[in-house]
Design a protein around this ligand. Sequence first.
Ligand code: SF4
Ligand code: SF4
Length: 354
Amino acid sequence: MVLFEPNHKVVTWQKRSFIAFTDILPQISIVQPARYTWIMKDLAQANIGKFADPALTAKGEDRASVALNNPETLWFNTGTLCNIECLNCYIASSPSNDALVYITADEVQDYLNQIKDRNWPIKEIAFTGGEPFMNPQMIEITRASLEAGYQVLILTNAMRPMMRKSVQNGLLELNTNYPGKLTLRISVDHYDPALHDAERGAGAFAKTVVGMDWLQKNGFRMAVAGRSVFGHSEADSRAGYAAFYAEHGYEIDANNSGMTVLFPEMDETIEVPEITTACWEILNKSPDSIMCSSSRMVVKRKGAEKPAVLTCTLLPYEAEFELGTTLEAAEKDVALNHPHCAKFCVLGGASCSA
Ligand code: SF4
Ligand code: SF4
């Protein structure tokens, strides 16, 4: 399996046996790339002989693929730099990891133009990082996406980068000029400050609450990304988030899975089945329900001349899932040739849009 080698230091890694889903990806926290090889070794042991051939499974059956039938969301990774360094960040963001560099407003504008040229029925432009508000052109980028007529979703930790005066002023202007079009999805790993801080560092919860208070006070539409790593039932988690929102006066629906998104954790070392073309009928599932039938993600790799379009937000370092530099190139079908495809998307039903 070919991997991109991100150029960053080895970050703290708590040796857990699961892959954590978090704010970035929009949804899935894969692993810190410096540890990718280690995880892939476990993966290889769990799935020996599998996920090798894009066309055929280990048993020689036709591998399932997904066509881009309804591109509704175009994601941009704004860059992997982040103001903090969480324990289980899917993309190993930190104050020094620039494996994915800041995408520029001109580059985003080029893809917005391509959407029109290709007649993609995009409804939403979504941004993930790193921390998107670390990107110095984030307000300009957001403005371009709103001007083009799209809903905009920004995943953020709502901490210091978002709270800088220039960013606040930009957000206020955009929320006034494009009412109801902008949503900020805040990462709140757990409504208990101690559990949130265990992942994100001491004092992180309090700083995020300051940011959320500011967003609420100024009439921004907020969503929350939480995690299910803590072992609660979904009902208990949603009740906990509801109490947290009520305590702070946040207008966020804890029972709406698009507004309070609870990302599952995934055991990377467990064997997963490969998905064949016969699985759709067996599982009574349509390929059109899989995330890569309705979205793509643009990233800019350090040292690359141009941004690249990936199949989805879940596999930012897998060469096989990089489709080319243009939206036209990204229209090809995606072979479900990774354990995430099976475990997370087909069997788990992952989706990241609001
Ligand atoms: S806040 Fe930064 S380090 Fe933490 S999960 Fe989000 S992007 Fe990763
Ligand atoms: S992990 Fe696989 S199935 Fe899921 S969205 Fe990405 S490419 Fe598609």
